[in-house]
Write a protein that binds this ligand. Sequence first.
Ligand code: PNS
Length: 160
Amino acid sequence: MKTVICPGSFDPVTKGHMDIIERASKLFDRVIVAVLVNAQKNPSFTIDERIQLLKETTGHLENVEIDTFDGLLVDYAKLKGACAVVKGLRAVTDFEYEFQMSMINKKLCPEIETIFLNTSQEYMYLSSSVVKQIASAGGDISKFVPAEIRDKIVDRLVNI
Ligand code: PNS
């Protein structure tokens, strides 16, 4: 059984993330979506809120689980018996950072592979921070986040 980890901040989950999670769920037996801490980011949603949003958007995917871990991604991957980490790559701008992370993770734990899936073309431009900017300014985020969580994201960001 091939288990992979889809790690990220998911602050909040977008249609771009869902595209990667759904495609990973078709490729592997078990996909664990892990909400991890990115030390370079200052999140808007709590870990519990991000987990709840992910649970609502992935309920239809039988081989997908949502979890969190406070530590190194490779330690978590080993703990879960995962063979690889799956990440989405949007444009060239993502490449340097993601490449560096994958090299560091390989040094830390050579047996865990990093697999990049190209983001589908319609989500190349999309990021959680763009969604937060639009929602906070009263814009329509329907095209960018799963329909079932749109109102929750808007309520949360407008009522800060
Ligand atoms: O969605 P993001 O913010 O691009 O995800 C980045 C994330 C959370 C996957 C990355 O920061 C991470 O792996 N954090 C856990 C700590 C870790 O293992 N860091 C890499 C070695 S420095």
